[in-house]
Design a protein around this ligand. Structure first.
Ligand code: SF4
Length: 478
């Protein structure tokens, strides 16, 4: 059944993944403040599902197990489901102001629910049946899944099997009666430790010779041989420091996950060797995920707009026309992003497996928009807020007698606003703009900008556009 947030956190406490961070082994993931802030963000997807207000949006009945499930475990089986994906992501983005990590798993489940069916149709393989059993397990236990997609890639000019080191893409190194043994590494695994299951998909199109790399499978995050090494990011010691957090409750972290000869039983293998389907798996996953971004990031811009307007109140600039214009610029960026993602849902189509797939051109257009406009929204926010975002003294300095009272005197804005509130809002703005050098993750999250452009070029009906122009000009189409 559905898990409460407390049950979700306890279920993670019961897992024993191998984790390293800053040169140390982490024994308890849920008790580590940095990782816990990420777990809290995912935890919000459970918490809101418990509330009267949001439950109707987040919880629905699964046509598979005929029980109420959290939508983050539900591959879409209607246009309404596709639309709800965007709405819950915006809601969550606004609620936590950072990445809540659970949508990557849903995007993997959705891609697998289409592609395993397609592979079986061609090769009479048992992948779809296996996947459905796995999906039942995920839905019945209200699990969070993580997308293990981005391989480390080595020399980009070479195919996986041509690499000098054959482990630069996750691959099978052994097949036996019980399952397979896999080796390799996946980078940028945001939330791998907030997830119960890691779902691995290929990261690129594959061709003949790459059979060992054409892999999809799912394993618990504490499977023997899996090693999570949590990466550095901007502001990453604030939680450990317990000071100047900005966002008091939520944050994100991104491990590199190493597969050191990990055993995967056959019932958890959803593709193994069918190279020609790697491209479909990648395209489906990335289109879903690029659309997910449109929801969560429009929600994050909502927080940024709120911070900008509040700061204007605190600074006494709420009537400044040019700042109001900038706030409007931020709002329209959030709404166009949201609109584009919603449109990708409304233009969705039913696939042979019964799953609904979004419109890829609109999903990729939305992601290109986000890559550029999120950083613009951040720039506008800093412009509106003022320069203290860069170097505000620490709360610890505000707390000591030597300089605390002086700082409070000089950091004051509008007389009626407590100086502490102005400081808190500055900190939040720093976090919203700087987290994980957000410009980087907004550009590269969900694939590089060029990947989005290529998809648009490939999937758009360019001939129809040329024909339209030619018809107007009186040129016969060939
Ligand atoms: Fe989900 Fe990606 Fe947004 Fe994080 S950044 S909340 S993983 S869509």
């Amino acid at each position: 059944g559905l898990k409460t947030k407390a049950e979700y956190i306890e279920s993670l406490r019961g897992m024993k993944p191998t984790v390293y961070m800053f040169g140390e082994k982490i024994e308890s993931v849920v008790d580590n403040p940095r990782l816990r802030a990420g777990i809290e963000a995912t935890g919000a997807t459970y918490e809101l599902a418990e509330t009267e207000e949001y439950r109707p949006l987040i919880v629905t009945e699964s046509p598979l197990i005929h029980e109420p499930v959290n939508r983050y475990t539900l591959p879409p089986s209607s246009i309404a489901d596709l639309v709800a994906r965007v709405k819950i992501n915006r809601l969550m983005g606004t609620r936590v102001g950072t990445c809540f990590q659970r949508c990557t798993g849903l995007d993997c489940l959705s891609a697998l629910s289409i592609v395993t069916y397609d592979i079986d149709a061609k090769h009479s393989t048992p992948y779809f049946k296996r996947f459905i059993e796995f999906l039942k397990h995920v839905q019945k236990n209200d699990l969070t899944c993580n997308a293990g997609v981005t391989d480390v890639k080595g020399d980009r000019s070479l195919a996986p099997h041509e690499q000098e080191d054959k482990d630069m893409y996750v691959r099978v190194v052994e097949r036996n009666a019980d399952g397979i043994v896999v080796r390799g590494a996946k980078a940028h695994q945001t939330g791998s430790l907030s997830s119960h299951e890691i779902i691995v998909l290929p990261t690129r199109a594959l061709r003949k010779g790459d059979e060992d790399y054409a892999l999809a499978f799912a394993i618990p995050n504490d499977t023997p041989g899996l090693i999570h090494v949590v990466g550095r990011s901007s502001l990453d010691t604030r939680q450990l420091d317990g000071c100047d957090l900005g966002n008091l409750h939520y944050s994100k972290y991104c491990p590199t996950v190493i597969f050191k000869d990990v055993f995967v039983p056959w019932e958890r293998v959803f593709m193994c060797g069918e190279v020609e389907f790697a491209v479909e798996m990648v395209n489906r996953f990335s289109a879903y995920h690029r659309q997910s971004h449109g929801g969560c990031k429009s929600g994050k811009i909502d927080c940024m707009v709120g911070a900008a307007l509040t700061m204007m109140d605190y600074n006494g600039t709420e009537k400044a026309g040019h700042l109001k214009q900038k706030a409007i610029e931020m709002v329209h960026r959030a709404e166009t992003l949201y609109g584009c993602s919603l449109a990708a849902s409304y233009e969705g189509k039913k696939e042979p497996s019964g799953t609904y797939f979004i419109d890829t051109v609109l999903a990729n257009a939305s992601k290109i928009h986000e890559g550029k406009e999120m950083s613009e929204a951040g720039r506008l926010l800093v412009d509106i807020a003022g320069g203290f975002v860069a170097d505000l003294p620490s709360d610890r300095d505000l707390a000591i007698p030597e300089v605390g009272e002086l700082l409070k005197k000089y950091l004051k804005g509008v007389a009626s606003v407590p100086v502490e509130d102005r400081v808190k809002m500055y900190r939040l703005i720093e976090k919203l703009v700087m987290e994980s050098a957000d410009t980087i993750s907004d550009i590269h999250g969900g694939g590089s900008p060029e990947a989005h452009r290529i998809t648009i070029l490939r999937e758009s009906n360019l001939k129809a556009k040329k024909d339209a122009a030619k018809r107007l000009a009186g040129i016969e189409s060939k």
